[in-house]
Design a protein around this ligand. Sequence first.
Ligand code: K7E
Ligand code: CUA
Length: 666
Amino acid sequence: MFKKHVSRWILPLLGLGILALFYTCGKGGKQAGVQVGGEDVNKVIEERGLTPNDVLAAVKTYLPTGKYDEYLLFSSGGHSGQVLVIGVPSMRLLKVIGVFTPEPWQGWGYSTDTWKVFEEGGINGTTLTWGDTHHPALSETNGDYDGEYLFINDKANARVAVIDLRDFETKQIIKNPLTLSDHGGAMVTPNTEWVIEGGQYGMPWTGEYAPLSQYKEKYKGMITFWKFDRKKGRLIKNESFAMELPPYWQDLSDPGKLVSDGWVFLNSFNTEMATGGVEEGNPPFEAGVSQRDMDYMHVINLKKAAQLFKQGKTKKIRGFNVLTLDTAIKEGILYFIPEPKSPHGVDVSPDGRYIVVSGKLDPHVTIYNFDKIQQAIAEKKFSGKDEFGVPVLDFDAVVETQIEVGLGPLHTQFDPNGFAYTSLFLESAVARWTMGGEWASKHGKEPWSLVDKVSVHYNIGHLVTAEGDNVNPDGKYLVALNKWAIDRYTNVGPLLPQNFQLVDIESGDRPMQLLYDMPIGIGEPHYAQMIKADKIKSWEVYPEIGWNPHTQSKDPDGVQAGQEKVVRRGRTVEIWMSAIRSHYTPERVEVRKGDRVIWHITNIERAKDATHGFALPEYNFNLSIEPGETQTIEFVAKRPGVYPFYCTEFCSALHLEMMGYFLVKP
Ligand code: K7E
Ligand code: CUA
């Protein structure tokens, strides 16, 4: 049996040997083991107490030194504010990308240019230094990840960040001007024209006050469509717009694809519009928002909304383009569909035909059919209107089916074999079920039926399959993003890591197999996306010497060897410095107390991995200057003294000597 499974995998011969041996041992016969470097492999397996399953999992995930992973997982770093890059199947952490939180190793937030990105993403003059990252979204071309950009939202402050995958660095943090709370982002449309940011907790527009007693009148919901300029690598605020929504708590969103391209699906909870206040005899929030059996999935005609925006039908609210709720209703671009019960995930199938919604307090996934939705809109099959006048489509007219999958369903992903995978929070499991349509009949499977489950540890939130949000998912691997780790790791104190678990889903004919646990000791990741690693064409070094990563072009203040200089203009001293193993030029810089200092440093190396750092004590600067890069710091020399600066990357045998003196004369 093991031999049969193994034959599907291209394994190192050693692995095959181990398994074959295990197989014979398992049958009872003690045999002489394979000897490797004087060690008996079988004995090692025995001494470590590994089961055949363990050994199989090990050979499926082990990467020999120098071998690369097949996939890259881009994971939210939760409230660390960062993005994690993890290799699959090895589950090795390759990088933590600084996004909403300063990251000294990358110099992220510790140079003048990178700090400006934080300032631009601030609120009302407050510069924020953390974020609660939720949903990363890879840029797409024709509904397929293209490996160019990554977007991610900050739920805590309603912001979206743009990361350029040519150098894996954050380029922009944009603040939503309308609200302080988002959730249903970042998601992208199939050609990345729009980056979607749905709101979460209802509130008056940012900066306005209204008591909770005026919740229905004054509090708002919203969804924002950020226009992405691929050439500039930036979200363009004045080409973007939002849509005002009722003050339900909008949750996850997913744009349509293929047949449903041009539409957006967004679910919501708290259609009860509970405002808490146990003190006054109201139900507490957690009960108040769960009274109704149904909430509303929002169905939005984005294509038409974008046309209305172009035609000038938006209003300026807080300097931002907004399609008001009245306009949305009048123009017929917003419909509701009842969805059970306090739903959490909404996921569009790879063919764009089905929309899967999980009711977290309901053991079913509910599957809606896009064609039926279109038909119901055309034939005005409404069951009524909500309190704000939004037409509610008749549930029975648009539903395809409901499948009982287990307790606490949250999010759904897909594979190329017609299976869908739903995370079960309360049950701590992943459910695999069949999609309907041609695939099921072709493979002799019962359509829309539960196939199997695998236990995960514990309290799974999101899950992700390889290329799982694409029109062509790869399936193959699934990662469960578990919130609790309880008994999985050595105790490291009362704050436990989160637990990522890798699951083999390659074949639909055999059960899912748990392969590997990876602790996440930084923040609570929510979502992740997994892309074929060879789709990412990242630079090995910056294209030219004197490169500015913020503008992704040559910096006028970059220098070549021999062009270094120090220029004084009145009380301003400007330095153009180079860095190469193992030397800064100039290595002495002298200014007077009170001088303004502008300091450009260019790494003039062309060798891969020859990064230099630059740490200046007391001034809170630390740079990471990668080969070709130019970075700039600006400050006032406040105090007389002698400041040894040095290189923070161990770049050469004479790295400790890579230093200089910054002298401030009284
Ligand atoms: Cu389910 Cu914020 Cu996507 Cu977490 S969210 S689980
Ligand atoms: Cu340059 Cu160490």
